[in-house]
Design a protein around this ligand. Structure first.
Ligand code: PLP
Length: 454
């Protein structure tokens, strides 16, 4: 039997991140200032210079600092697995591989950028970082990163999640971060919202506004974002580079199909960007790259490609992206994360150029796939990842129908050990599907910013 698990030696871990901006057939549209609507950089009071440079860099390879490499080596390189048991259960001739990012200390791909961002902030003399978190995955990854570099971290956590999902908060606090429910009395925006509605459940938009206000009003503080931005996707390419190397040098295969889930797009872009290069230069024209999103937050499949604010409050730069409208909030029955109204501009650009594709899946089917994965490969996956597992299984079943032994590569973004309540809901038959919320999207799209023709 062929090998089950492929791992790089530590000394063979890639030492530079791959920047797709060097190879795009058309450059990315600019970011626009939310007030003037003119091209802008990331707001300097919020981001350090090194990250701003990476955001707009056209250099193909960006050196990973030694200190960041040393920390990466505490859990990287991560393994590429062959999913024999899943293949067998599906009775498919497809060859399914998955690269598993759940072995990081925070349980997902997110530390790949959290560690890098904490490093660059430390280098620039920053003492303190603020961020927002929904369910707590980003907050916990950044807590881990800040702990390693002795940075203070304040996490504004959406109040409903703070109440319902205490375990990631406890993880953040154990790593030394401060985590408070948002809206809070610590910011003017929070005070204003609480004055109007003392029982406000909070939202990601409110939490972002609080974290941004906090960073903007403290000289020693910067703000950090865990997805969407170019520099975040850049840091995640360590994963795709490792995978490409493992497939070429050890597994001796090249994927026919790469599948991943997308919220803001960081884990999946980190996987596929080094491969999409082979489509751009014409060496692998038939490679399919499938972005998977929830039907209840279908940014790429239903959202128009247009200018919209990066944040719900309309304070962040305006990006050219597929969007459901910055005021869009997914329905409350939606359990699986991946709730952002927009999408990484790099992914939207590649979708427009026809280099990647997108599909949306309903919630119950994603958990069904996640349970199949747990009952074959053993890993209890994050609800986000289950979206990608659903489509991986569907593609493998298509191979069965057609008798094709395609190579399917699944970007496995993390484990679901903090998401057991959602599994409980599924196993008890309480989880519901929620079709595309057309009216809510229509309403949210009515308040797109007016941008003069670019
Ligand atoms: C945060 C998260 C995602 C979604 O974010 P992306 O930026 O789209 O990758 C997906 N999977 C896991 C496990 C996550 O923690």
């Amino acid at each position: 039997m062929d090998k089950t698990k492929f791992v790089l030696d530590e000394k063979d871990m890639p030492t530079a991140w791959y920047n797709i901006q060097a190879d795009l057939p058309e450059p990315l549209p600019p970011l626009l200032h939310p007030g003037t609507k003119e091209p802008t950089i990331l707001p300097p009071p919020l981001f350090v210079e090194a990250l701003n440079e990476q955001e707009f860099s056209k250099e193909r390879w960006i050196e990973i600092p030694e200190e960041v490499q040393a920390i990466y080596r505490t859990w990287r390189p991560t393994a590429l697995h062959r999913a024999y048991r899943l293949e067998k259960a599906l009775d498919t001739p497809a060859r399914i591989y998955f690269k598993y990012e759940g072995t990081s200390q925070a349980g997902s791909h997110k530390p790949n950028t959290a560690v890098a961002q904490a490093y660059y902030n430390k280098q620039a003399g920053v003492k303190r970082i603020t961020t927002e978190t929904g369910a707590g995955q980003w907050g916990s990854a950044l807590s881990f990163g800040c702990m390693l570099f002795g940075l203070e971290l304040k996490v504004y956590m959406v109040k409903v999640s703070y109440g319902q999902k205490p375990y990631r908060r406890i993880l953040m606090e154990t790593w030394g971060a401060t985590c408070i429910p948002s809206p809070s009395t610590d910011t003017q925006i929070g005070q204003k919202i609480l004055a109007e509605d003392p029982d406000s459940p909070g939202s990601l938009g409110i939490a972002i506004s609080e974290a941004v206000e906090d960073a903007g009003t403290h000289d020693d503080t910067r703000y950090s974002l865990g997805s969407v931005l170019n520099h975040v996707l850049l840091h995640q390419t360590i994963n795709g580079l490792e995978t490409k190397k493992l497939m070429a040098e050890q597994a001796d295969v090249y994927p026919d199909i790469i599948v991943g889930c997308v919220g803001g797009g960081s884990n999946f872009a980190g996987m596929f960007l080094p491969f999409v290069r082979d489509k751009i230069d014409g060496t692998k024209p038939d490679l399919r790259i499938i972005n998977v999103e929830p039907e209840s937050c279908p940014t790429l499949t239903k959202g128009p490609l247009t200018w919209d604010f990066g944040d719900v409050a309309g304070m962040a730069p305006i990006a050219f992206m597929n969007t459901l409208g910055h005021g869009f909030i997914p329905p409350p029955v939606h359990a699986g994360g991946l709730r952002y109204h927009g999408m990484a501009p790099i992914i939207c650009h590649l979708l427009k150029l026809g280099l990647v594709e997108a599909t949306a899946v309903p919630q119950v089917a994603t958990f069904e796939a996640g349970v199949t994965f747990a009952r074959t490969e053993g890993i209890l996956s994050a609800p986000e990842t289950n979206h990608a597992i659903r489509v991986t299984i569907d593609e493998a079943l298509k191979c069965k129908e057609k008798g094709e032994s395609k190579v399917i590569l699944l970007a496995h973004s993390g484990h679901g050990h903090f998401d057991l309540a959602a599994y409980d809901g599924y196993l008890a038959g309480r989880l519901e599907d929620y079709a595309y919320p057309e009216d809510k999207v229509k309403e949210a799209l009515a308040s797109l910013p007016e941008v003069p023709a670019k």
